[in-house]
Design a protein around this ligand. Structure first.
Ligand SMILES: Cc1cc2nc3c(=O)[nH]c(=O)nc-3n(C[C@H](O)[C@H](O)[C@H](O)COP(=O)(O)OP(=O)(O)OC[C@H]3O[C@@H](n4cnc5c(N)ncnc54)[C@H](O)[C@@H]3O)c2cc1C
Length: 407
């Protein structure tokens, strides 16, 4: 069986590894647009700050691919698929016949209109070379503006702050990390990051850029401006759909797949940031990996042995300026559900339950205590009233009590 995979991020490589376990005989070829093999994208902020040695960012040495008998075509994009005769073409001229195809082309950073970002000094951070270029530019700059106050922006902002730059964060909403925090935890986080030097501009958006040969000024919606040599656009991602569209696959926000991670064309699968499962969640490393474990199995096994993807609750972690933030599932920022909230000097915790007491979401800010137990309880454990009360009242709640409830 010939298995061809487009994309060598966490989805493509996890799928290739899983396919190899399921089918030791298959020929597995992975097209890898980037010149480097798979690396830990969530660690790019450490490359920006210079806190991570380059070799530590790679997931596997080249020998790993050889040992697994996975042919990794570094620097070669899969540019064309002809599904009439199951043939693919790579940008360096390779032509291959496939029996099964997996599209794991990921996403690119969005650059929202109407500003023209085509000016030296403007960055997005999606690839290793983006992070390296930003690091070098930051070392000769004094001030940076982050467009957006999401997880990526805050991590990059802290990395630039660590290099000594004045860092301004623009956010259109009235609070930071609107998707991963409640109003209370957002305010706490903002205070903490302000103490660490980040300068926040809420209810504010970018209206223009100034500078002749390179960026010198960022103009804001209130008519003011910031003198800055760097702008990092961190305004979400856009799935890479060119290949899927050229093949006529059904797409919505991303490539639509069923529970088997199969696209609208039989034998063609998809996983990761370019795929859209029926539950609609995506854009996270953990979800890309979980999808790829199923897609990699199904791409390599007989139809009767296929597995079904079980949706994962989105879970985000922010680790900056000595403060941990974890948010998973529905953290109910508008307080429509029941919850147990504990706030003390050191930390903020919220555990959200549905009408039956089932844990549907949680967030911990300033502490990692309970993260493991809460992750295990999410979607599985019902909390009685006395436990909810103890979670609200007791700073040192004994999370062992949750384990007892789930067993
Ligand atoms: C700076 C940063 C920090 C992040 N932090 C977190 C975090 O803390 N937690 C979290 O859960 N998630 C985080 N994410 C998101 C996470 O990294 C992504 O969800 C994950 O990488 C998606 O994996 P993927 O394999 O689907 O796509 P990608 O990682 O985008 O990989 C797809 C690969 O395919 C290549 N490609 C595209 N088209 C082709 C083609 N035609 N042929 C061959 N190759 C192609 C792309 O160049 C890319 O290398 C972060 C992302 C960034 C950028």
């Amino acid at each position: 069986m010939n298995i061809v995979i487009a994309g060598a991020g966490v989805a493509g490589v996890t799928a290739a590894e899983t396919a190899r376990q399921v089918n030791p005989q298959a020929d597995i070829t992975v097209f890898c647009l980037e010149r480097e093999s798979m690396y830990f994208r969530p660690r790019l902020p450490d490359i920006v700050s210079g806190n991570l040695a380059m070799e530590k960012i790679f997931a596997h040495p080249d020998s790993w691919y050889q040992e697994k008998n996975i042919e990794l075509r570094k620097g070669e994009t899969l540019v064309e698929v002809c599904s009439d005769n199951n043939q693919v073409r790579g940008s360096l001229g390779s032509r291959l016949i496939y029996d099964r195809l997996l599209i794991a082309t990921g996403a690119e950073s969005s650059r929202p209109a109407p500003v023209n970002y085509d000016l030296p000094g403007v960055f997005t951070v999606r690839h290793l070379y983006d992070a390296m270029n930003l690091h070098y530019e930051a070392k000769r700059s004094k001030a940076a503006v982050l467009m957006g106050a999401g997880l990526l922006a805050l991590e990059i902002g802290c990395a630039l702050g660590a290099l000594g730059l004045a860092v301004h964060v623009l956010e259109r909403a009235d609070r930071i990390l609107p998707r991963q925090t409640t109003p209370a935890s957002s305010a706490r986080l903002k205070d903490h990051l302000t103490e660490h030097g980040l300068i926040f501009h809420l209810n504010s958006s970018l209206t223009g850029l100034g500078g002749q040969d390179r960026l010198q000024r960022v103009e804001l919606s209130d008519g003011s401006h910031i003198d800055a040599q760097i702008l990092v656009v961190a305004a979400g991602v856009t799935p890479n759909l060119e290949l899927a569209k050229s093949m006529g696959l059904r797409t919505d926000r991303a490539i639509m797949v069923d529970g088997y991670m199969e696209t609208s064309k039989p034998g063609v699968f998809s996983a990761g940031d370019c795929a859209q499962t029926p539950d609609g969640a995506g854009g996270l490393w953990t979800i890309a990996r979980a999808e790829a474990l199923i897609a990699g199995h199904n791409v390599a096994c007989p139809p009767e042995e296929r597995k079904v993807y079980q949706p994962q609750a989105p879970s985000s972690t922010l680790k900056v300026a000595g403060l941990d933030l974890v948010a998973a599932g529905n953290i109910d920022p508008d307080n429509k559900l029941s919850s147990a909230v504990h706030e003390s000097d050191g930390f903020y915790r919220k555990v959200v339950v549905d009408g039956d007491g089932l844990v549907v979401g949680y967030t911990n800010l300033g502490t990692a205590k309970g993260n493991r137990e809460l992750a295990a309880a999410l979607g599985k454990t019902r909390l009685p009233g006395d436990i909810l009360k103890a979670l609200s009242d007791e700073a040192d709640f004994d999370f062992g009590r949750l384990k007892a409830l789930s067993s």
